[in-house]
Design a protein around this ligand. Structure first.
Ligand code: DPP
Ligand code: ZN
Length: 849
């Protein structure tokens, strides 16, 4: 494997201020003609080196003269005499045969592009690196009937009729951009159109392009786009900068979406939503991804990355921005709990295993492998900590300065931090270690009471991660407070402590009653907290803490404590009862109650132990679930009756009601009465939302009832042809805890609707199955074999998609010796397979280390 290293970064030898691209899109072969104006960058005599991947080169000219240029592997080296030249080339590519979904490819007969990170080189010869910024002029010519809509970045010219049943259009993008932001779309699409008037009074034409049948399902995305545009003006002072903004939904897409300048291309899953086909979580995800991609227009596009080691500069920051936006749309507390749940489910395990890397990595073989939860979600937590340390005003001044200084540039994480420092006058020297060091810090908390004073000692520890054995201390903002053990009220103000040394002591004074600590409030830092607390104290905090995150966390800690043992879960059951009572009394809202009464996942319970005991965790969790279900059966019925039937509204109240009703229904079915199964079947049949229909199906999926089989068959028939919904059908079965799940998943791999070339479908079945701890980690190793077999098969089609499937096997160190051996054997089989892609080889060999 060739390794790219941050320390080897050198500015580009040649710049490309202007590019003209000419696409002839008909036929199985697309002809691409590129004209690059190139300018020598600095005093040197090095040649121009261009990147290209799988290009069939027809000819190359320098200043109009043919040159005898022979590509060497993936590069083309051109000697240029002067300091500037015009380089023209013609290549042929085959989008219909491109199953990697990078570069130009076909999806349902339409032509689309994906260029981040290194897909542009599969379209034409070019210095494919983000620090080469160019102005683009793009001419698209195609058959009118097959490709009635022709889109690219920037502003369109007039549509020319070429006479022979073909047409052409030229798009001009006035904003210089790196080639990873180039996009084109050609095909049969219709638009939902709208407009937005910016803060300086410019009217922007908005369009969301979909297949005709999907058009009604794009309304929510359009509303989210307009809300995002308004929010970025108000929260960051950032205005949109082109005459139009286009979003296109496509069915085959490696990632969630792509922020190409003025032409965002989306995985259809994050555009299309209506009550019939999308859950409340899907609606929220659509809004968050639309916002995310829109916000990239400033954080990523106007100010871009110097090199791919800086990926978190745009991704961590943009995730933080979309999280701020979502919180402002309502239910901030539940959003925060959801963010933390996601971070702990994916990023914490990544940071604790062989795939750990800092948010700014210093080497890679294949950059596509670094679009990770660490870069995105831990990256967002790091930006959030800056926001906490600098305060909202200091942070905003820093962001303003960053945009002032760097608009139009390709910059580094260091440039971002320097702007934050200048604007706030704060020293972020130690804080920079968050960019350099992998691993989740642990904060150990000890408290000692003397009279009316409580002294709290907080110490930090950071375990070794691959390649980093010595870890200097971090700068960690940590919010805490004390809660009266008698009054149940917070005493005094919340404190923000900056942990910078090995141990920090603070005192709470004037205390008249026993107190409990409320720690890492709002999840102020992405750390693990080690603090002693009795189950009784955790139950008390789960009822009394005034910080919603900390209150939810107290219940999680109580559950983890109980589920780590074979103890009677009575204390946990009682705490759930108290939360239900608070909901009934109206002192907690339904959305929060629904989050708080859910037990941690089997995977998260396993993450707490030195060694994951797959069977014991499943047995204990099921026992606790059954106890919670049966002890409160009447109250679950009451909650169900009170909250079900809340229609299709998307208000926080209606969403919270649907969530709690479905949590209650799942507990009722777990309790096992025939009435509950009947209620689930009725809810399934009468549902007016996908939230309720899928909630009923999920409640039934682990039962052995005719109602389950009927619902499952109906779901498939009812939504035949709707990819996003059929994905849910696969996922529901892959996540089931029923003992036949492994066989069922094997069978589904042969289902006519299973298509491993579609990344969503692959994730929906195989990716979801790997998250099913009990069955993926079957003692026989059959789950591991299934995953590795799919990975190797998909690698021949789409290496990026395949490489992601290696991640679950990278958790091997956490399991018993027998499972370790089975998991390693699959990783070794992968590494030893002739011809595996660079993507897969890097992931599997890192996972083995
Ligand atoms: N840059 C994209 C995003 O995160 C991923 N390809 O929005
Ligand atoms: Zn992004």
């Amino acid at each position: 494997l060739d390794i790219v290293r941050l320390k080897d970064y050198r500015p580009p030898d040649w710049l490309v201020p202007n590019v003209a691209l000419d696409f002839d899109l008909d036929g199985p072969v697309t002809v691409v003609r590129a004209t690059l104006s190139v300018v020598r960058n600095g005093l040197h005599d090095r040649p121009l080196v261009l990147d290209g991947s799988r290009l069939e080169t027809s000819w190359v000219e320098i200043d109009g003269a043919r040159v005898n240029a022979t590509p060497q592997g993936d590069t083309l080296t051109l000697a240029i005499a002067g300091d500037r030249a015009t380089v023209t080339s013609e290549v042929r590519i085959q989008p219909a045969a491109n199953s990697r979904l990078m570069g130009l490819y076909a999806s349902e007969g339409r032509l689309v592009t994906q260029c981040e990170a290194e897909g542009f080189r599969a379209i034409t010869w070019f210095p494919d690196r983000p620090d080469v910024l160019s102005s683009y002029t793009v001419r698209l010519a195609a058959d009118k009937a097959r490709y009635p809509v022709l889109l690219s970045n920037g502003d369109p010219g007039v549509l020319e009729d070429l006479g022979d049943g073909r047409h052409a259009i030229t798009w001009t993008d006035p904003w210089p951009k790196p080639c990873y932001l180039f996009a084109l779309v050609a095909g049969d699409l219709v638009a939902r159109e709208d407009s937005f008037t910016t803060m300086s009074g410019r009217k922007v034409r908005l369009a969301i392009w979909t297949a005709e049948a999907d058009l009604p399902r794009s309304a929510h995305a359009m509303a989210a786009l307009k809300a995002s545009m308004a929010w970025d003006e108000q929260a960051y002072g950032r205005e949109y900068d082109l005459g139009e903004f286009n979003i296109v939904a496509v069915a085959d897409f490696n990632a969630g979406a792509m922020e190409n300048k003025g032409l965002n291309i989306f995985n259809s899953k994050y555009v299309l939503a209506d009550a019939e086909t999308a859950t409340d979580a899907d609606f929220d995800a659509v809004a968050a991804v639309v916002a995310h991609e829109y916000f990239h227009n400033w954080t990523g596009n106007r100010v871009t990355c110097r090199d791919w080691f800086q990926l978190s500069l745009k991704e961590g920051l943009t995730v933080f921005r979309d999280q701020q936006f979502s919180a402002d749309q309502g239910s901030a507390a539940v959003r925060r709990i959801d963010d933390v749940r996601g971070l702990r489910a994916v990023q914490f395990p990544e940071d604790a295993g062989p795939l750990a890397h800092p948010i700014r990595p210093d080497h890679y073989a294949e950059i596509a492998n670094f679009y990770t939860a660490t870069i995105y979600n831990k990256g967002a937590e790091v930006i959030r900590m800056l926001h906490t340390l600098l305060g909202a005003d200091g942070y905003r001044r820093g962001a303003d300065l960053y945009f002032d200084r760097h608009d139009g540039q390709a910059v580094t994480c260091e440039d971002w931090l320097a702007a934050m420092e200048s604007a706030s006058k704060r020293d972020l020297g130690q804080f920079r270690r968050w960019y350099e060091q992998a691993g989740t810090p642990r904060i150990e908390v000890h408290a000692a009471r003397a009279g009316r004073i409580l002294t709290v000692a907080l110490s930090q520890r950071l375990a070794a991660t691959p390649g980093q054995s010595v870890k200097p201390l971090m700068h960690i903002p940590f919010r805490l407070a004390v809660i009266g053990r008698t009054s149940g009220k917070r005493i005094g103000a919340e404190r923000l402590v900056e942990l910078t040394g090995p141990e920090t002591r603070i005192t709470f004074e004037g205390l008249d009653e026993p107190v409990l600590l409320s720690l890492n409030r709002g999840f102020s830092a992405p750390v693990v907290v080690d603090a002693q607390a009795s189950r009784a104290d955790l139950a008390f905090l789960a009822a009394a803490d005034d910080d919603p995150f900390a209150r939810w966390e107290a219940m999680q800690r109580l559950a983890l404590d109980v589920l780590a043992t074979d103890d009677d879960p009575a204390e946990l059951v009682a705490a759930v009862g108290a939360t239900l009572a608070a909901g009934e009394a109206g002192s907690l809202d339904a959305a929060f109650v629904a989050e708080a009464v859910l037990l941690p996942t089997e995977a998260f319970i396993g993450d707490q132990a030195k060694m994951v005991d797959v069977e014991a965790i499943h047995r204990r969790r099921e026992a606790a679930r059954t106890a919670i279900a049966t002890v409160f059966e009447d109250r679950w019925w009451a909650a169900y009756r009170r909250h079900s039937g809340s229609g299709t509204a998307l208000t926080p109240e209606a969403k919270g009601a649907r969530r709690l009703a479905n949590v209650a229904l799942a507990y009722l079915v777990t309790a096992g009465s025939a009435d509950a199964v009947a209620a689930a079947a009725t809810q399934y049949a009468d549902a007016v939302t996908m939230t309720d229909r899928l909630g009923a199906l999920t409640a039934l999926i682990n039962t052995s009832t005719p109602e389950r089989d009927t619902a499952l068959a109906d779901f498939h028939a009812r939504f035949a042809g709707n990819n996003d919904v059929i994905d849910k059908w696969f996922t529901a079965q892959a996540l089931a805890s029923r003992s036949d799940t492994l066989d069922r998943v094997e069978a589904l791999l042969g289902h006519p609707d299973f298509n491993p070339a579609n990344p969503n479908r692959l994730r929906a079945l195989v990716g979801a199955f790997a998250a099913n701890q009990r069955h993926f980690h079957a003692a026989s190793g059959a789950g591991y074999r299934l995953l590795a077999g799919q990975l190797l098969a998909v690698d021949k089609i789409n290496p990026q998609s395949a490489a992601r499937l290696a991640v679950p096997l990278g958790r091997w160190k956490r399991f018993d010796p027998a499972r370790q051996a089975l998991m390693r054997a699959e990783l070794e089989r992968i590494v030893g397979t002739a011809g595996v892609s660079k993507d897969v080889l890097e992931m599997a060999s890192r996972a083995l280390a």
